[in-house]
Design a protein around this ligand. Structure first.
Ligand SMILES: *[C@@H]1O[C@H](CO)[C@@H](O)[C@H](O)[C@H]1NC(C)=O
Ligand SMILES: *[C@@H]1O[C@H](CO)[C@@H](O)[C@H](O)[C@H]1NC(C)=O
Ligand SMILES: *[C@@H]1O[C@H](CO)[C@@H](O)[C@H](O)[C@H]1NC(C)=O
Ligand SMILES: *[C@@H]1O[C@H](CO)[C@@H](O)[C@H](O)[C@H]1NC(C)=O
Length: 377
């Protein structure tokens, strides 16, 4: 590929994000594998997760990047749209020198497999497959540790954080994934919802007290369209599927949770009128991909990297395991490894969040809102 054609490819792939909003100088992110850009990798002495092996990263980084996709994640596209560098994993910064310059573009606290609630919560409920201790509380403690290196008074901390975007989630999805993967009943899993939402709202309250001003709080994805769920709960009962082949009861559950989350965010907005607390509608941003795949150049519900089964997914033969191969063209797939999505899908969802209607209030409005507030100060 010549330099010119490389430039044209890059130019052709960027216009989605030209509506850059210049008013945020950094991102602080909390979450799970949808946003981890290297924390789990940095926390383990030997590569402990299948996301750390080829063909992960093949599309964009051309090697595993410790992200659970073939390329960039939603957070990478959000950073790009704000004109700031990719958000560094906190444990990577910490392993280096913890100083202002290392964290001036923000920091990412998200960890693959993380839950909003503590491991003990799940143990008490006979859910023993939680893969990591890095709960939202642990991630919040990392943030406070970092903050003490960035600023030393409430006033200076508020000043440091006022132009930062806080990405609180998606977190909480794994709190439902772990029990649902071991076939806990949906009725039981629904009883976790208030506790998960409490964990998220407590962290938001705390972040606002520490000086956070703008917080984006994403909801859950359409779980019933995801290959791992379609495989675990595969059935001959066609009534359980919608006309697009997704499991209705799982999508209903995701919508139920998202409604409760939105309500909680709305209440928080009333308590903190000076903060911008925004719901990120990942569910409705992702749904068109599953409903009209051909419109986006996708082939359907089968996953790109995997082996066997109706959806090219087998829990015993995960992507990243030797011998499990990737499809020829990941951009034709929504699902990357059966759980996580491809860079192409994440790019489209990010675009829906940034430029489309799936971010309330809209991202572009938020830019002008923020500028207006700065003028008022
Ligand atoms: C969680 O922490 C406990 C206690 O420190 C440790 O024994 C356990 O191995 C950890 N589990 C995981 C999955 O990291
Ligand atoms: C707080 O930190 C700033 C630099 O970030 C430094 O100039 C100032 O002396 C510190 N103040 C106190 C009270 O430690
Ligand atoms: C669907 O029915 C076929 C034929 O009876 C059976 O072999 C198969 O195991 C069933 N699949 C599921 C997921 O129940
Ligand atoms: C999944 O993989 C395991 C182990 O290789 C194999 O025994 C099983 O038959 C596979 N299941 C499907 C549905 O292909």
């Amino acid at each position: 590929m010549t330099l010119l054609s490389l430039f044209l490819v890059i130019a052709a792939s960027t216009p989605l994000f030209t509506a850059a909003c210049p008013s945020y100088s950094s991102i602080f992110s909390f979450g799970d594998s949808l946003a981890d850009t290297g924390n789990l990798y940095c926390s383990s002495s030997k590569p402990s997760n299948h996301c750390f092996f080829p063909p992960y990263g093949q599309t964009y980084f051309h090697h595993p990047s410790s992200r659970c996709s073939d390329g960039r994640l939603i957070i990478d596209f959000i950073a790009e749209s704000l004109g700031i560098p990719m958000v560094k994993p906190y444990l990577g910064i910490k392993n280096g020198v913890l100083e202002d310059s290392a964290a001036k573009d923000g920091a990412n606290f998200a960890v693959i497999g993380a839950t909003a609630l503590e491991v003990s919560y799940f143990e008490e409920r006979d859910v023993h497959n939680v893969a990591t201790n890095y709960s939202l509380t642990v991630q919040m403690n990392w943030f406070k540790e970092l903050l003490s290196a960035l600023c030393n008074s409430s006033e200076s901390c508020h000043d440091t954080l006022k132009n930062s975007l806080f990405l609180v989630g998606e977190i909480g999805g794994n709190d439902f994934n772990y029990p649902l993967f071991i076939r806990k009943s949906i009725e039981e899993v629904k009883t976790y919802v208030p506790d998960v939402i409490n964990a998220i709202t407590s962290s938001i309250n705390e972040l606002i007290d520490l000086g956070a001003h703008t917080l984006l709080v994403p909801g859950n994805f359409p779980l019933g369209c995801n290959a791992i769920y379609l495989t675990i709960y595969e059935t001959n009962d066609s009534n359980q599927y919608d006309s697009f082949g997704c499991l209705k009861w799982l999508n209903e559950f995701a919508k139920f949770y998202n409604q409760k989350l939105q309500y909680a965010i709305h209440k928080l907005g009333e308590i903190h009128p000076h903060a911008n607390i925004i719901y990120g509608d990942y569910y409705n941003a992702a749904l068109p991909l599953y409903h009209y795949p051909s419109k986006f150049g996708f082939l359907g519900l089968r996953t790109c990297c995997g082996m066997g089964g109706s959806y090219n997914y087998n829990i015993s033969e995960p992507c990243g395991k030797p011998g499990v191969i990737s499809c020829d063209d990941p951009s034709q797939y929504i699902g990357w490894d059966g759980i996580h999505l491809t860079e192409t899908a994440y790019r489209l969802i990010a675009d829906g969040i940034i430029n489309g209607p799936y971010f309330l209030p809209q991202f572009s409005n938020l830019c002008s809102m923020n500028l207006a507030m700065d003028r008022d100060m």
